[in-house]
Design a protein around this ligand. Structure first.
Ligand SMILES: [Zn+2]
Length: 364
């Protein structure tokens, strides 16, 4: 045990942060994760924005910045841009690239996390279908790389930062699109084929003859209740709005039609979430994304519908909250997902073994 701890300290994973008196015998050493033992690179890519960060091993951001970025420009220019940002940040922070132990990226579309490839050709990410995103990152950085869907990353970031003992946590993102991520006992719940959480395409009967969804079907929740859908309805009524964010800004200034639409979206989303809550009985339902900013109308409507349509046993201990990390949830979650891999027992064993081999010593 002592030899193993010495090795972990020598390799920069742990440090002795103090001593604690014990009832019997010698005082014990307090060991703390050494955040400075390396860094992870993190990015949250949205449809039109990107948040990029360099974080230490405790997940604390050493540098972080937000940029305009069109993900629809496709893999080559986006990944070249991303690598330039990260390398610039490493230089500015005085961190050598050899100290990069992991890379985590969240994207606004479905990902096969086993292969690290983008799954669908979606309207948000044209040109990315089947792109070997993770392999690309691994070639550039020789580190543990993770690519995941944004709702999963946000759920993971929110759980580990603010609700580490409140499991299960269901995170729902309502912005341009609608998606969900579920964390149980500290881990993102994965479906058999990584199709989990795609609640934006659940059919709502009240809209079966409704507008066409980006997926090609009619009646999807996202076709009526997403920021994209609300912007479309307002534009058809002659209001000058471009996207989810401008709808929210309009509602926040008291625009009657925008406010009414946001409330209706909250009711429709609450309907679908009542089913999710009945099925999963989460402790925390965290709502994130643009629309959540219209707290009174949106959150009020979600809560109203949810409590009307859920049995007391599933709703009694439920806390419906807004994302505490806000716009940072994706990048914090992406860093945490990378750290989960970097600090996994297998990865630490492999790193220690390589270190001992270099020194010609056995691993304790
Ligand atoms: Zn759809």
């Amino acid at each position: 045990m002592a030899a193993r701890v010495d090795l972990l300290i020598g390799a920069g994973y742990l440090w002795e942060s103090g001593r604690m008196a014990s009832a019997r015998g010698r005082p014990s050493n307090v060991l703390t994760l050494d955040g400075s033992g390396g860094v992870v690179l993190a990015a949250d890519l949205g449809a039109a924005h990107a948040t990029v960060a360099v974080c230490d091993l405790s997940g604390h951001a050493l540098m972080e910045s937000v940029h305009d970025l069109r993900i629809a420009d496709g893999p080559e220019p986006v990944l070249r841009w991303l690598e330039d940002r990260w390398r610039g940040m490493l230089t500015a922070a005085g961190v050598s690239p050899e100290r990069v132990l992991g890379v985590g990226v969240s994207v606004p579309g479905p990902v096969d996390v086993r292969t690290g490839r983008i799954v669908h050709h979606t309207s948000v990410m044209p040109g990315w279908h089947d792109y070997p995103f993770r392999d690309h990152l691994q070639q550039r950085f020789e580190a543990v790389c993770v690519v995941d869907n944004d709702a999963n990353a946000m759920a993971f970031g929110e759980y580990h930062t603010h609700w580490p003992s409140s499991s299960p946590l269901l995170f729902v993102k309502v912005a341009t699109g609608i998606g969900a991520g579920l964390v149980v006992d500290g881990h993102v719940v994965r479906g058999a084929d990584n199709g989990e959480g795609d609640i934006g395409h659940v059919r709502i009967t009240s809209a079966e003859d409704g507008p066409l969804c980006v997926c090609g079907a009619r009646g999807c929740l996202a076709a009526s209740a997403s920021g994209r859908a609300l912007a479309r309805v307002l534009r058809e009524g002659g209001v000058d709005v471009s996207d989810s964010r401008s709808v929210v800004q309009l509602a926040l200034t008291g625009h009657a039609e925008a406010t009414r639409l946001v409330r209706e979206a909250g009711l429709m989303i609450g309907d679908v979430l009542a089913t999710a809550v009945s099925l999963l009985n989460p402790r925390i339902l965290a709502l994130g994304g643009d629309l959540v900013l219209v707290q009174d109308h949106f959150l009020g409507a979600v809560r109203e519908r949810l409590y009307q349509r859920t049995q007391p046993q599933a709703a009694r201990g439920l806390q419906v909250v807004t994302s505490r990390l806000g716009d940072r949830a994706g990048v914090v979650g992406a860093a945490r997902l990378a750290l989960e891999e970097v600090l996994s027992p297998e990865a630490v064993d492999a790193a220690l073994a390589a270190r001992q081999e270099l020194a010609g010593r056995p691993v304790p």
